[in-house]
Design a binder for this molecule. Structure first.
Ligand code: PSU
Ligand code: MN
Length: 301
């Protein structure tokens, strides 16, 4: 029996009944991570990549009092265009649901809803993590605590260097979340394929990653695996170039008194504007690559 708040789209419902492979996709990246119209173009392209790789995409959001799994083009367009869409992490879910508001789901909320629908793999751009200066701000994304408890694997291009990558890796270790990088030794930093941090684990094939997920879940270890997928080199922005942009955007956030859930969207927007779209190109390329890898792993599961 599905939860009464779930609303499964016809495409996803038939995939479930036919036992086909599904890949979950988030919507915060659409409403708060990228500008219109690239956000909706990318969301549609990513869904097509998942289909071409032999799986069915399930983009997730909260609309009209329902946890929606699988969105139509009209819903995607609304999420990409309208300005009043909530950024919904776990703590926001009950409010947005019961008030019938439109909500774009973060990694944490998307994982939870995917899990309720029985989906095991999720592709995003980058997960949240421990912010720089977290010792003062206490800003640690609920994505991390959710990954500790919900058994949905996350494919991400590492974590953005707007975060403290070292502290984020430590937190993941504490929470028992395996971190495996695909086909390289170094953990990637979202816009850049390198981060200066060695990846805790490395695997070179989709089948081996699928086998590791099965091993984790079959011995009763709940929670996620963070699968880090470096972006294609032709799209990457060098780490040193990004660092300058990040320091600048962080100073702008500080000067504008940006706090809490507004921090990540603000930084992404300023970085995209300040790099005249170069970071946006990288962002689009890496999410497409992540969707391809997630579908490949899901098919092997
Ligand atoms: N990384 C991106 N784009 C995004 C996000 C992360 O490149 O839009 C979103 C994801 O939805 C992630 C959220 O779950 O930001 C993290 O927000 P916070 O740091 O407030 O937890
Ligand atoms: Mn935060």
């Amino acid at each position: 029996m599905m939860n009464e708040y779930l609303n499964i789209s016809p495409e996803v419902a038939s995939a479930i009944s036919e036992g086909r492979t599904l890949v979950a996709l988030e919507s915060t990246i659409i409403s708060h991570g990228m500008p219109w119209p690239q956000n909706v173009e990318t969301a549609l392209a990513v869904e097509q990549i998942v289909r071409d790789a032999g799986a069915i995409p399930a983009t997730i959001a909260i609309l009209e009092g329902k946890l929606c799994v699988g969105l139509d083009d009209r819903q995607l367009e609304m999420l990409g265009k309208s300005t009043g869409v909530w950024k919904v992490s776990l703590r926001d879910m009950p409010f947005v649901l019961s008030q019938n508001l439109a909500g774009a789901t973060t990694v944490a909320a998307t994982m939870r809803i995917a899990s309720m629908a029985g989906i095991k793999i999720f592709a995003t751009g980058g997960t949240g993590g421990v912010h720089r200066d977290a010792e003062n701000s206490f800003d640690i994304s609920a994505d991390l605590t959710e990954m500790a408890q919900t058994s949905v694997a996350v494919v991400s291009a590492g974590v953005k260097s707007i975060l403290d990558i070292g502290l984020t890796l430590e937190y993941l270790e504490t929470m028992g979340i395996p971190v495996v990088t695909y086909r390289q030794d170094e953990f990637p930093a979202f816009y850049s394929s390198n981060s200066g941090f060695k990846s805790p684990l490395r695997l070179d094939s989709e089948a081996e990653i699928a086998a590791m997920l099965n091993a984790k879940w079959n011995i009763g270890l709940n929670g996620s695996v963070l699968i880090a997928n470096p972006l294609p080199p032709e799209f990457e922005v060098p780490l040193e170039v990004m660092e300058l942009q990040i320091v600048k955007a962080l100073a702008e956030a500080e000067a504008n008194g940006i706090k809490g859930k507004e921090v990540t969207p603000f930084l992404l927007k300023r970085i995209a504007e300040n790099t005249s779209g170069e970071s946006l190109e990288a962002n689009i390329a890496l999410i497409k690559g992540n969707a391809r890898l997630a579908a490949g792993i899901a098919v092997c599961l």
